[in-house]
Write a protein that binds this ligand. Structure first.
Ligand SMILES: NC(=O)c1ccc[n+]([C@@H]2O[C@H](COP(=O)([O-])OP(=O)(O)OC[C@H]3O[C@@H](n4cnc5c(N)ncnc54)[C@H](OP(=O)(O)O)[C@@H]3O)[C@@H](O)[C@H]2O)c1
Length: 295
């Protein structure tokens, strides 16, 4: 099995050619590639590995995109805010010489997810399923449509994109998929549908990691603790309310995740304090942990 450095730095990696364009241009480029592939049965080669990151426009996703571009990847940036995607794409082209595809998609929408699936089926060498959010409020008070939308982003997109990306990675016997879960998925507590969705991501990723690991493809569930990102503004948390010892920077989470995947770890929990909380929760009386709240 090659390590992650091989994956991100090799220059002879065979993966589909990338186009530096907006989503409309991408569609026509996709058609051209499909026709070419049908004619020759040989995928066009890119000189560099290609990494796709969802939810690239802020927080952890942005940090992953910058780090992967820094490590020599060309990028497929998936985000729903076109201006923010374009701004990051320009930064990565300018600062890292990356070829960057901008794929604007709202992952709550099945048509938009299908466009991402179509791109991933062409092949990438790395995929970070990072987009995700929690809907504030007690579960029984939430709009049922809002719960469905959250499920689509936190679970359905992860399922569909992993399914789309894996076959070409398995054919190349190389590649990696990082599915961003949360400490919420490891602990029991008052985390509503969000915690259960993240628990699904962990179970799903760990099971796949065992199955595809011998091929050289690595899959990881990443379980961060508290990160000071727009995630918390969206749910109404204030940074001053965070348990300070449990806060970790997005850069440390990215570096921890990438280091762990090099070691072949299928579940990554960056930071010893968060690891300790997860273990404490696991072995504490159930009536105590039911009250636990976490990101
Ligand atoms: N922050 C924490 O403490 C924490 C802890 C554990 C796990 N996590 C997980 O870490 C991941 C990243 O979160 P973050 O903390 O970096 O928060 P963030 O800054 O709010 O980033 C979330 C990203 O997901 C994107 N996104 C949300 N809904 C989307 C949709 N319908 N379609 C497309 N993109 C969508 C957002 O795009 P827009 O900007 O367009 O909304 C944004 O780019 C999430 O999966 C989250 O569950 C966070």
């Amino acid at each position: 099995m090659s390590n992650f450095s091989d994956t991100v730095q090799r220059s002879d990696q065979v993966s589909p050619a990338v186009v530096d364009s907006n989503p409309i241009e991408l569609d026509s480029a996709h058609e051209e590639h499909s026709a070419q592939e049908e004619a020759t049965h040989v995928p066009p080669a890119s000189r560099r590995p290609v990494a796709a990151v969802t939810g690239c426009t802020s927080g952890l996703g942005r940090a992953f995109a910058v780090e992967l571009a820094t490590r020599g990847n060309d990028m497929v940036l998936v985000g729903r805010n076109a201006a923010a995607v374009a701004e990051l794409a320009d930064e990565l082209r300018r600062n890292h010489g990356a070829v960057v595809e901008e794929l604007v998609a709202d992952l709550e929408q099945s048509n938009d997810r299908a466009r991402v699936v179509a791109r991933l089926e062409q092949g990438v060498t790395a995929l970070v399923n990072n987009a995700g959010y929690a809907t504030p409020g007690d579960f029984w008070t939430l709009d049922p449509e809002a719960i469905e939308a959250e499920l689509a982003v936190n679970v359905t997109a992860v399922l569909q994109f992993t399914r789309a990306a894996l076959p070409s990675m398995l054919a190349a016997a190389d590649g990696m998929i990082i599915n961003v879960a949360s400490i919420s998925g490891l602990i029991t507590g008052a985390t509503g549908a969000y915690g259960a969705e993240k628990a699904w991501v962990i179970k799903f990723s760990e099971g796949l990691a065992g199955q595809v690991g011998p091929s050289g493809v690595r899959v990881q569930a990443l379980c961060p603790g508290f990160m000071d990102t727009p995630f918390h503004q969206r749910v109404g948390n204030k940074p001053e309310d965070f348990p300070k010892p449990l806060v970790i920077s997005v850069d440390d989470v990215v570096k921890g995740s990438l280091a762990d995947i090099e070691k072949g770890w299928a579940v990554s929990v960056p930071g010893w304090r968060i690891k300790f909380v997860a273990m404490l929760n696991r072995f504490s009386p159930r009536r105590w942990v039911w009250k636990f709240d976490s990101p």
